[in-house]
Ligand binder design. Structure first.
Ligand SMILES: [Zn+2]
Length: 111
């Protein structure tokens, strides 16, 4: 494990991949009533990732261990919840993070 540009190399958060893969699947197949512009997709991913556990893995075996039906169901549920939430507040990412107050950010995470 090494640190490069303040990032730890050799481990990554598998949950990011699971959420993004599930979101892309839903974008392709299920909804045409929701904005899936790049800003909204990032907002949907951030919303879901803030409400799911991090799954840091360092090996292929770790990836296999965390990729299972129960985990898929949790990810799907949280991505669907995120899509509903962002559909009510589209294009939120047009505001930069520095425009949010700390209380607004915690309200966003708690919802
Ligand atoms: Zn949008």
């Amino acid at each position: 494990m090494t640190i490069n540009n303040n990032r730890v190399e050799g481990i990554y958060n598998l949950m990011e991949t699971l959420v993004w893969t599930e979101l892309e699947r839903i974008v392709q197949t299920e909804r045409d009533d929701v904005c899936f512009c790049s800003l909204c997709k990032l907002d949907i991913s951030a919303y879901a990732l803030n409400r799911l556990p991090a799954l840091y893995v360092s090996t292929q075996e770790g990836e296999t261990r965390f990729t299972n039906l129960e985990m898929d169901k949790r990810v799907t549920g949280k991505v669907v919840e995120a899509i509903k939430h962002i559909a009510e507040h589209p294009h939120r990412a047009n505001r930069t993070m520095t425009e949010y107050t700390v209380n607004e950010l915690f309200d966003y995470i708690d919802k």
